[in-house]
Write a protein that binds this ligand. Structure first.
Ligand code: SF4
Ligand code: SF4
Length: 508
């Protein structure tokens, strides 16, 4: 399958013996000049890149007090060293979170601290050389910005923020990553990550209506651009066609149908994912989020519901409000108009799992759990949902609600080891803008800790279904499960399970 070895799954987690530079060769492709330039970045590495990089670092330090605190406060306690899935899967010591941080920290010290300027050797400060830049490009693209390490750091140092800053600096000197930057351009030009134009999306939705009619005999609608609908659903574009994502979209449609809530998708805002976060660019994150605000205003909806996508939910939950005036922030006329338009009885934004959970709690859905009796299900907490957002109005709602939805539609549910779920969850290995074939070795090795936890529940409980609420996790698992000798069809959308169990026709 590939020219690297898939890690062996052990009985118990084992801290690997260090192999220096084991992953130094792992680098994603650099973005083509036309994509870099269309995002306002230089097309290729600029001549005075050191000067520009330091200038950009100073700019980021000025804007983010947190970044400076993270760079100043590490005491090298070592608590994070064995917490990163990429270190556990690759044995490369530069994939220890503290070592990854140090790649940026030692340059920060050299140019922004008194001791680093005058006594660099004493404080481990180094010049920004081409070798250092090459290490940045390699190892800051071996961090999925999952934030697991920050849970274990006594100082709460968030390596994800440091990775985002490093990527933003690299974009500004002309070393942007192909996968992320080309996707962002596609959203600006076409409306979604996959570059699917409106007519193709509409065709897909019509096809889903026919499929559901054949399956159930019920006319379930999958609308697009319908003004006056109550709900705007924004979902990752993978939901429109990829497996198992599309089965989740079918589930959302059935839930809307069964609850009698009118809804629509938007051809203009046909993407919930927001890769602006992965490259650390608030400017791009804002531009992408504003498309959703514009669509909500244009369609006159009362609610905005976000489909199954981990980082989309993080951006929606944590940033829409302040960055794009979607919610209760924003003082510009469009934000104020949207605040008046949206129904205050519902959260802004609302996750599809929150909506389904609420309907289940109110007895508004008829569910036949036995329809999933062929499945023994476990749930993978996606990093951005688990460690960077919440659901519902209860502490830990982001863990409780998806599980409650699964348990309402399945009789057989088992959790993986506590050290690997909830806030301790392991990344799927493909998050943070790394879901690209040029990083396949990293993705397979980084998935090892999650696969190990999965193996335990497969061996002990006969689990045959891995449910998730993130488009990246689903795509990643569909690709890496076979490397670990599991069937790719194990990975399932939570709303696919809902779709199987929901009984249509009554309670409409
Ligand atoms: S944020 Fe996640 S991927 Fe990045 S260093 Fe920490 S544990 Fe590793
Ligand atoms: S746990 Fe925090 S303080 Fe300790 S080495 Fe890691 S980043 Fe530094």
């Amino acid at each position: 399958m590939a020219d690297f070895e898939t890690p062996e799954l052990k009985e118990y987690p084992v801290i690997p013996v260090i192999v220096n530079d084991a992953m130094a060769h792992s680098k994603p492709y650099i973005a083509a000049a036309k994509f870099q330039e269309s995002l306002g970045f230089p097309g290729a590495l600029v001549d005075n890149w050191q000067e520009k990089a330091i200038e950009k670092m100073g700019d980021l330090l000025g804007k983010s007090r947190a970044l400076q605190v993270f760079l100043d406060s590490c005491v090298k306690c070592g608590a994070c060293t064995d917490k990163c899935h990429y270190f556990l899967g690759t044995s490369d010591p530069k994939n220890m979170p503290v070592a990854r941080q140090d790649l940026l920290r030692k340059v920060y010290r050299r140019y922004f601290t008194f001791a680093g300027k005058y006594f660099p050797k004493l404080v481990g400060a180094v010049d920004l050389t081409k070798d250092v830049l090459d290490d940045w490009y390699s190892y800051f693209h071996q961090c999925s910005q999952c934030r697991r390490c920050s849970v274990f750091c006594p100082y709460g140092i968030d390596t994800a923020e440091i990775s985002m800053a490093a990527r933003e600096i690299m974009d500004h000197i002309g070393e942007g990553q192909k996968y992320c930057n080309e996707i962002i351009v596609k959203v600006h030009v076409i409306g979604n990550n996959l570059g699917l134009p409106g007519p193709a999306l509409r065709d897909t939705l019509e096809g889903l209506e026919e499929d559901v009619k054949d399956e159930t005999g019920v006319d379930v609608r999958f609308p697009m651009d319908e003004k006056g609908a109550e709900v705007l659903l924004v979902t990752p574009s993978a939901d429109f066609f990829a497996e198992p994502h599309v089965d989740g979209l079918i589930g959302y449609g059935k839930v809307f149908h069964a609850s009698g809530v009118s809804w629509t998708t938007s051809s203009y805002a046909s993407e919930a994912a927001n890769f602006g976060m992965f490259i650390g660019s608030y400017e791009q994150m804002q531009k992408l989020a504003l498309r959703i605000r514009e669509a909500a205003l244009d369609l006159g909806v009362k609610r905005i519901v976000v489909g199954e996508c981990g980082h989309a939910w993080r951006v929606a939950y944590s940033f829409w409000n302040t960055l794009a005036g979607v919610g209760h922030g924003g003082k510009d006329p469009f934000s104020i108009q949207l605040q008046k338009q949206l129904d205050p009885r519902f959260p802004v934004p609302q996750h599809i799992c929150e909506m389904t959970y609420d309907l289940i709690q109110r007895g508004a859905l008829t569910l036949d759990k036995s329809k999933n009796d062929d499945r023994i299900v476990t749930f993978h907490d996606s990093c951005n949902v688990a460690r960077a957002s919440r659901m519902g109005n209860m502490p830990g709602g982001q863990f409780i609600i998806p599980r409650a939805v699964i348990k309402a539609v399945c009789n057989n549910y088992v959790d993986m080891d506590p050290d690997t779920i909830h806030e301790n969850t392991f990344c799927c290995g493909g998050g943070g803008g790394l879901l690209t074939d040029d990083l396949m070795e990293l993705r397979v090795k980084g998935a090892m800790p999650r696969m190990q936890a999965l193996k335990h529940v497969v061996d002990e409980h006969g689990v045959n279904t891995l449910a998730a609420i993130c488009a990246i996790c689903k795509t990643q698992f569909a690709k890496v499960l076979p490397y670990y000798k599991y069937n790719m069809s194990m990975i399932t959308s939570v709303h696919e399970l809902v779709s199987k169990a929901i009984v249509l026709g009554d309670k409409q």
